[in-house]
Design a protein around this ligand. Sequence first.
Ligand SMILES: *Cc1c(COP(=O)(O)O)cnc(C)c1O
Length: 415
Amino acid sequence: MRAMNRFEAYTTKFVQSIGKKEGAVSPVIANSASFAYGDPETAEAIFDGSVKKPLYSRMGNPTTAQLEQILADMDGGIGAVATSSGMAATALATLSLLGSGDEVISIGGLFGGTYSFFSETLMRFGVQTSFYGVDKLELVENAITAKTKILFLESVGNPNMELPDIAAVAAIAERHGIVLIVDNTITPLSISPLALGADIVVYSTTKIISGNASVLGGAVVFRAIADGDDKFKSSRYAEVHKFIKGMGKPALIANAKKRAMRDFGMSANAFGSYLTMIGLETLPLRMDRIVTSTERIVAALDAAGLKVNHPSLPGHRHHGRYNTQFANGCGTLFTIDFGTKESAFAFLRGTRLATLTANIGDSRTLALHMASTIYRDFDAEASAFLGITDGLVRISVGLENPDDIIRDFLEAAAG
Ligand SMILES: *Cc1c(COP(=O)(O)O)cnc(C)c1O
């Protein structure tokens, strides 16, 4: 018998919780901005939280609530808040905890938008972020001050393909009582950040969760507040205390909705949440195939002499970590360094399979030259830190036959 899908634990749960057993099988789209309360007593009760019914779609929508419940269960969180995009998810998770004068420590490679959010935008509002290489954990620990509110990391450095030691970072966060936020966009199902000790998980659901370029979206998954000791009960997170007092375990959901969603309005819409669920149904099947294909493709291209960067290759400096903490793979990405921009462009003109776009995690294989596109506005120092070189092409492996991809790439690379 063939080996089971490595994400078998999710296959039953996803399809069963997305489809209904009575009435419309496919999720119903609650396409309304507002919801009628019926009588004033109910209106009052909805607003004070004692009656759980929809209030207004900026604060929550029934279709979106179904998606949020599934994503919370997926990661073992107490709840989730879906957002209009992945950047909105990062904004919600961070802005709900930060104030002027606070500090953020970012560890490892970073998505371009997240890097500029921290280095430019939060900076304008008086929040300082310092950036450290993925294995500089001693420096990270020394950089923590009384003002540090968030440790932030991505489960896989995109596009530098470095793998963080998430458990070790979580141990630092625990030791110092600081919140750890993990952007798990690239490795849903493969990595469970909350189980590894993170407090909050952010996703761009635009990527492999939806999987087909049909919808922009994001989500933030929160852990429950513990009954006894909890880092959120320390004076560092004093703003959260009133929500812990009023709500208990799901306090971080209320904090996120009232301190970020209500006032910034980065809300998901019902149709987007519907499309995201349709994608999510098949995530375990797609993820399993893509992880297998990616390992096969990078091995073949590496053997053919291309300069491939992926931690499944024995020469990669995080190969050991790939086999332990990342035993379920590290998602859809790898990079090829063609040395020069000209050679990279020649490859991109030559490939007949890859779609040239900034997206990742699609059903189709995607490719993009990094330095001339997403990272064009970054100075030399930032580019070097993020691992961007002149000839770097990022690949996101899709659902095609991996042997077709190998053949196409070798032909395109040969010119
Ligand atoms: C794409 C991406 C984001 C931003 O998501 P959008 O949905 O495009 O706003 C954040 N983090 C990572 C790792 C991403 O790949």
